[in-house]
Design a binder for this molecule. Structure first.
Ligand code: SAH
Length: 227
């Protein structure tokens, strides 16, 4: 396995190329992508591939999303320090750490927090361990359960992000969103087609915009495509 220094160099090179491609647009997202060690969210055998811009297996037929997709989600969420975020699909915990790095950086006096729901119990342990080892367990709470139902205990949320593809926008996610808030969700669009949607809640009304074609694993649960 590589030395820490070499991971940091590869991380810098990846961030530079995502900036050149116009994917990383804000300083906050750049800072988060440079800070969170993606190698620490992978099974040991995949650590040396951490800075290839590709999804990687994390077990249980699930994947950690490609770095460019994680950056795209962070940018479109328009995150601010102090916000309360709900993520559906914790997986490795990497996206949750990026979100926390932006809404609750360690030098901030504001109380931003990420609540992340995961339906595979073994991935709850995997992500919790990863978040503990990297120092994010104070600002990210991982919850075991069906995230298509949201997490009503801590509503309302400033932002909601779903990292698995759904047949529809689960109504609980809109109900648990603050007015003026944003949801990012990949929606299934016909055979093997998915599109990333931005849903904004404006004066109680939903405004939807399709952003780009994407590829995510399927959302399970009550509002998912399989049980
Ligand atoms: N954000 C993750 C990538 C997740 S892949 C990361 O940074 O690594 C999608 C995840 O969604 C998988 O871990 C899968 O188990 C989870 N998932 C699927 N349906 C779900 C549901 N209904 N509730 C919570 N998690 C779900």
């Amino acid at each position: 396995m590589k030395e820490q220094q070499s991971y940091a160099e590869s991380r810098r090179r990846l961030v530079d190329s995502l900036k050149r491609e116009g994917i990383i647009r804000s300083e906050a997202v750049e800072r988060a992508m440079l800070k969170v060690p993606r190698e620490m969210f992978l099974p040991p055998s995949f650590r040396d591939e951490a800075y290839l811009d590709t999804p990687l297996p994390i077990g249980y037929a699930q994947t950690i999303s490609a770095p460019h997709m994680c950056a795209i989600l962070c940018e479109y969420l328009e995150l601010k320090e102090g916000q309360k975020i709900l993520e559906i699909g914790t997986g490795s915990g990497y996206q949750a750490a990026l979100l926390a790095e932006i809404v609750a950086p360690s030098d901030s006096s504001q109380l931003g927090h990420v609540y992340s729901v995961e339906v595979v119990q073994k991935l709850v342990s995997f992500s919790t361990g990863n978040l503990e080892r990297t120092g994010y367990s104070d600002v990210v709470t991982v919850i075991y359960g069906d995230g298509s139902l949201g997490y009503p205990e801590k509503q309302p949320y400033d932002r909601v992000v779903v990292t698995a593809a759904a047949p529809m926008v689960p109504s609980p996610l809109i109900e648990q969103l603050k007015d003026g808030g944003r949801v990012l969700i990949p929606l299934e669009r016909g055979f093997f087609m998915q599109e990333l949607y931005l849903v904004e809640k404006k004066k109680g009304k939903e405004v939807r915009s399709a952003l780009m074609p994407v590829a995510f694993v399927p959302l399970r649960g009550r509002y998912g495509s399989k049980p």
